[in-house]
Design a protein around this ligand. Structure first.
Ligand SMILES: Nc1ncnc2c1ncn2[C@@H]1O[C@H](COP(=O)(O)OP(=O)(O)OP(=O)(O)O)[C@@H](O)[C@H]1O
Ligand SMILES: [Mg+2]
Length: 164
């Protein structure tokens, strides 16, 4: 944790996939061109589901799907807002490789959402929004329940009220 980390994470309960999508839509309202969102969570934690909500909230073209086999996909804005660049960092060496893919959207004009980006992208930007998706163990009938812990890093996120 650096001095630019802002207090404790906000934790949001996500009882089902629709709640995760809705959180993405609420986050989209806060997102601006150049923003970097790093999604952390195990296989099937809901990273792509959250990104679908962000895409819906931003109003971008195309179905946001798992980027697993394509590394990164650009979704152009249908309106005035930023494009969405959706990255699967799993097999990526660095975020610079995304620039090298020569997408139609540039990262500084887009909202970039990275699945599996932990440890890879943080040092490339002083500002990023970290979202940690977790499946709490146990609890009968709670199979679908997840939580999202939101934590802004860097001056961009200082004083920004995150969903809770
Ligand atoms: N509360 C919840 N939040 C998100 N997804 C949920 C929830 N409950 C059930 N699901 C289901 O879990 C699955 C989550 O898959 P998703 O592709 O979003 O995860 P992921 O973290 O991107 O996985 P991967 O590691 O393969 O990229 C979906 O099928 C979704 O419908
Ligand atoms: Mg995924």
């Amino acid at each position: 944790m650096s001095m630019d980390d802002h207090s404790a994470p906000n934790v949001v309960d996500l009882p089902d996939a629709e709640a995760t999508r809705a959180l993405g839509e609420r986050l989209a309202v806060l997102l601006q061109p150049g923003d970097l969102v790093v999604l952390v969570g195990d296989l099937g934690a809901g990273k792509t589901t959250l990104t679908q909500g962000i895409g819906a909230g931003l109003g971008v073209r195309g179905q946001v799907a798992s980027p697993t086999f394509i590394i990164a996909r650009a979704h152009p804005s249908l309106g005035e807002g930023p494009d969405l660049v959706h990255v699967d960092a799993y097999r990526l060496g660095s975020l610079e490789e995304v620039d090298a893919l020569d997408l139609d959207s540039s990262l500084e004009d887009s909202v970039t959402v990275v699945e599996w980006g932990e440890g890879l992208v943080e040092h490339l930007s002083e500002d990023w929004l970290e979202v940690r998706l977790e499946r709490p163990r146990g609890g009968e009938g709670a199979a679908d329940t997840r939580t999202a812990a939101l934590l802004g890093h860097g001056p961009r996120w200082a004083g920004i009220a995150l969903p809770s």
